[in-house]
Design a protein around this ligand. Sequence first.
Ligand code: ADP
Ligand code: MG
Length: 691
Amino acid sequence: MPALDTASIQFLKGVGPARKKLFANLGIQTIEDLLYLFPRRYEDRRKITPIAQVVPGEWQVVLGEVAAKGGRRTFFNKKHVFEVVLADDSGRVSCVWFNQPYLENYLHPGNKVVVYGRAEVFNNKLQIISPEYEIINDDVEGLSSARIVPVYPLTRGISQRYLRKVMALALELHAQDLLEVVPPEVRIRHHLRPVAESVRQVHFPDDARAQEEADRRLCFDEFFMFQVSVILRRRTFLKKKGCAHFLPAEFHARFQQAFPFLLTEAQRKSINDIAHDMARPFPMLRLLQGDVGSGKTVVSFFGCLAAVANGNQAAIMCPTEILAEQHYHTFTAYFSQGPFGAVRTALLSGALKKKEKAALYARILSGDVDVVIGTHALLEDGLEFRKLSFVAVDEQHKFGVKQRALLSSKGDNPDVLVMTATPIPRTLCLTLYGDLDVSVIAEKPKGRGEIKTYHFTGEQAAGVYRRVAEWVKKGTQAYIVYPVIDENEKADLKAAVEMYERFKKDELKGLRVGLVHGRLPADEVRIVMDKFKRHEIDVLVTTTVLEVGIDVPNANVMVIENAERFGLAQLHQLRGRIGRSEKSAVCILLGDPQTEEGKLRLAAVLKTVDGFKIAQEDLEIRGPGQYFGRHQHGLNELRMVNPATQLDVLEAARQEAVDLVNSDPSLNAHLIIKNTIRKRYPEYLKRVLAG
Ligand code: ADP
Ligand code: MG
């Protein structure tokens, strides 16, 4: 049998070729992958609520037998309702599901069922609404009842019970073969249990404490390895040969001359950090953190000019076309003539025709273009630079580590600046971005007007639109934002499009109203945005394409529709689009939050405009697990989703990793670690551990 990280899960009894494919949908190929598929939550089925004691409003686990079932349609809107009556020794309760008619084929009288859900009183009757359910007729293994039961992320065709069974088998046969990667002395120092035991406890914990302990151990492991790889990467990176940019003493003053405003203290400090890095003959890798509206863009321009002044090229990569266009316009406004002469700038849009693109590629390759601003289009294979020595990645949390690396590879170890408006507490920043240097812009430009935020219910919307019309008639511009979860979903866009039509005829009659959303062709978006910028449009109806970066200082009113549907960070980003001039601004949240969480989110946005405080609230409301979702930080390499819960563990693991690399930089005395890192983080560490 091959090692666990190469042994296919087909080695396991009960996993055939068909199931193997299904597992692949969960990202699982090997037995090791399977053992590291951690539960998304647990259900304590030692605490079953007797049916007679079910109370409304609370989440509870109920165990009973199906006594009756039936499907029907509601009288008014013809929704399908499936109802099951569940009975135990103490009483009966009904469970209902909406619009899931197929459930009729699954649940039958006589089935023994565990349900997990919340009860509500409806027509004087207690009902459990759309609970998760599981049939446990023949739970001979005892994996699904009377214990703390793991609940896994699933894919179609794989059920909880099946997965538990396969997992139990894999644990029994293979857990003892899992490698201990953390050195023994480190394990002793931090009281870490053996890895096999920890993995077992994570799946089928004896009790809550054992589960926490196991979690801590595995978190330590993973983070330790990740940190070792980050530290090695940084070491190698720092030794690479980069471009030493020469910047004459008056360069900073000349840069300042380009702008009609004074750079803030914080901007100047970040610029100094960058100038210092860029002057050295090693590549820069720096994160620029600053709240929305703090003026990060001009800081990135400094790097571009430093490159250009040295006869090289620069690139700025943005997550959306709108943002790329905006940066392009801002850049050309300041630098197509001015203290640095005529800087030749190009916009690389994904919408370019084949011929235009080829022509632009040729100019970039020959060095006829100094600065290229674009979207993901910058990553395309055919694009080559003559000499790229500075790249900036805006809103970097929208990109992954790979994309950042791909852009850099277009130059010869160019200096890299990545920017983000997602504030991250300092400790976390160090641990998550251990391979980056960090500059923070903590102040906003002076003289900005105040942003006032209000909340109105959906019923009050008409009055709100009336006020918006009045304000706009006095000369300001406004955004009306609709929540669109998936810009590819036509249904989601409907509300925005319909309201746009209605506004024109009705509430905002006589005003110039525009519409942008993610499904419009880039050309059309450009035309509308340009008009809005030139104040030829008064009110822009929009979706969350607006979220990142957009900067129109005369727009000082924003209405956010169904505000309860947005995440907290999103609301903050959106609101950051206004309050960009000396005039005061108004943000109106429209909506009727139903959940406690929704209410808390709106309350947080009403309370403060400070991004760091909002990030903190977000963490508290959502819990760190979701706040630090896998994709937010481009850390797709981490298997455990939740680095924020265990800050002390992270810090301890980081310190151990630093010590280890200091004492054994080649890792030749720690071959298990070396090999594991090679396997686990291949692209993160491509050449770092060669030989
Ligand atoms: P963000 O950090 O959110 O990317 P931007 O770079 O878009 O912020 O800047 C927001 C606005 O502030 C822009 O209109 C920009 O021109 C302006 N701005 C930037 N720096 C200053 C400054 N020092 N003083 C006044 N306005 C500034
Ligand atoms: Mg920005």
